[in-house]
Design a protein around this ligand. Structure first.
Ligand code: GLY
Length: 430
């Protein structure tokens, strides 16, 4: 099978590794890719659907795997399917589960998926009036994609009003924030559940937990994710199946019933609230860095899984995950998330049985040196029998790499483990 993989993050390096270790692969091209996928990278404008279709036709591509959400929300899967090219990733209509928060909230209500109280607004006056009537704090969400900046958790009324007016009236996020959703602020532990769907069958893969804040103890600004582990302690197979029946199965059934079958990864963000699990959001892709802990644990063929999802035959295969736990620590360039430094020397690391390295914001410069060109530079994933051994395996290498302009959180997994970085320099002040 000839595969084209779209994307350039650590997630795509992890997807590439999963594809490369699968039987049945003839060739892999990655566009645009990164330093980790260098030998497979091809030059292709992935924002141009017609160019991607043209590349696939000229190169007899059998399957396109789309890593990030933006091309899916822009209709890349539709363009490929129109040209009879299989795609692992949802259509534009199905990708609304990530592309429109208001769509998701009304869809979830129509399917009986447990959700917080929420309401959609295009008027700041009406939004503020509704907020003032409620007895709970809210989360303010831009309706559309906003590059990680679309969710604000205000601490008081003043910050709530500021968030509402800056999105709707100030157009701070452009058209993405001209419609907003106000949601009841939920409390509890948050986790993610990942499944793969072919439009009618959905297979739950694994749970994971991310660390969104840049600072230790979950403090400081939000990031794309500073580290993750999978599975989440306390979520055994039967609890995972229960969560899948609440959040994955009804969504896939509801999308099929609406005539917009969902194909690809369905990533449910779930809050375990005191009144039961509730939906935080859906995403139409693997998380990053969640992919870097889930995909290394995939024992069965990643390529077979993605092809079966794209071709509607998921009911004919089974998925096996490795026993044990994976934990990843993201290493960032100084200044991340506001202003990461480019050009920092990045170590060239290999792979062993219990540690893998996934590159993201790293490129080779003109002298073939590996240097940073983004905020999140690489992720180091350790695997082990339990979370402590997985974290120890990761931090052993992380501690050799941090310093000299690269930093990482030293406390990934802190809610469930006492394993820490042994370095005191793993902070944003490096
Ligand atoms: N790590 C969170 C996300 O990919 O959305």
């Amino acid at each position: 099978m000839k595969v084209l993989l779209i994307g350039s993050g650590g997630r795509e390096h992890a997807l590439a590794q999963a594809i490369l270790r699968s039987d049945g692969l003839t060739s892999l091209a990655v566009a645009p890719g990164n330093a980790g996928t260098q030998e497979h990278n091809v030059v292709l404008d992935v924002a141009d659907n017609a160019a991607v279709v043209g590349y696939c036709a000229s190169n007899q591509i059998d399957l396109v795997v789309v890593g990030p959400e933006a091309p899916l929300v822009a209709g890349l899967a539709d363009a490929l399917l129109d040209a009879n090219i299989s795609c692992f990733g949802p259509s534009k209509a199905a990708a609304q589960l990530e592309g429109s928060k208001s769509f998701t909230r009304s869809f979830a209500a129509s399917c009986g998926i447990p959700s917080p109280v929420s309401k959609t607004f295009t008027s700041s006056v009406e939004a503020i009036a509704w907020f003032d009537e409620q007895r709970f704090e809210v989360v303010v969400k831009a309706d559309g994609l906003a590059a990680g900046k679309g969710v604000i958790i205000p601490e008081n009324r003043e910050e709530t009003v500021q968030a509402i007016t800056s999105m709707i009236d100030g157009r701070e996020l452009g058209v993405s924030g001209s419609t907003i959703v106000l949601e009841e602020r939920m409390t509890g532990e948050e986790l993610s559940l990942f499944g793969v769907s072919d439009g009618s069958t959905v297979l739950a893969l694994a749970t994971a937990q991310d660390h969104k804040r840049v600072g230790e103890g979950d403090t400081g600004p939000n990031t794309g994710g500073m580290g993750a582990f999978s599975p989440v302690p306390g979520i055994d197979a039967s609890r995972q199946a229960e969560l899948a029946s609440l959040f994955l199965e009804p969504a896939v059934a509801g999308m099929a019933a609406a005539g917009t079958p969902y194909v690809g990864v369905l990533f449910a963000g779930i809050m375990l609230t005191p009144t039961g699990p509730k939906l935080v959001e859906y995403n139409c892709r693997f998380g990053d860095p969640e992919a870097e802990v889930i995909l290394p644990m995939l024992q069965s063929s990643g390529l077979e899984l993605m092809a079966a999802a794209a071709n509607g035959t998921l009911d004919q295969i089974s998925v096996t995950m490795r026993p044990g736990v994976a934990a990843t620590v993201v290493i960032c360039a100084q200044g991340y998330p506001s202003d990461p430094v480019k050009g920092i020397a990045v170590p060239d690391l290999g792979r062993s049985d219990d540690v893998c390295t996934f590159y993201a914001g790293a490129v080779r410069d003109d002298d073939d040196r590996l240097v940073s060109n983004g905020g999140r530079v690489l992720a180091i994933t350790g695997m082990g029998d339990d979370l402590d051994s997985a974290l120890s395996n990761s931090y052993r290498l992380v501690d050799q790499v941090t310093g000299n302009g690269l930093f990482a959180r030293g406390d990934i997994g802190w809610r469930h483990s006492s394993i820490r970085s042994s370095k005191s320099t793993t902070s944003i002040d490096n």
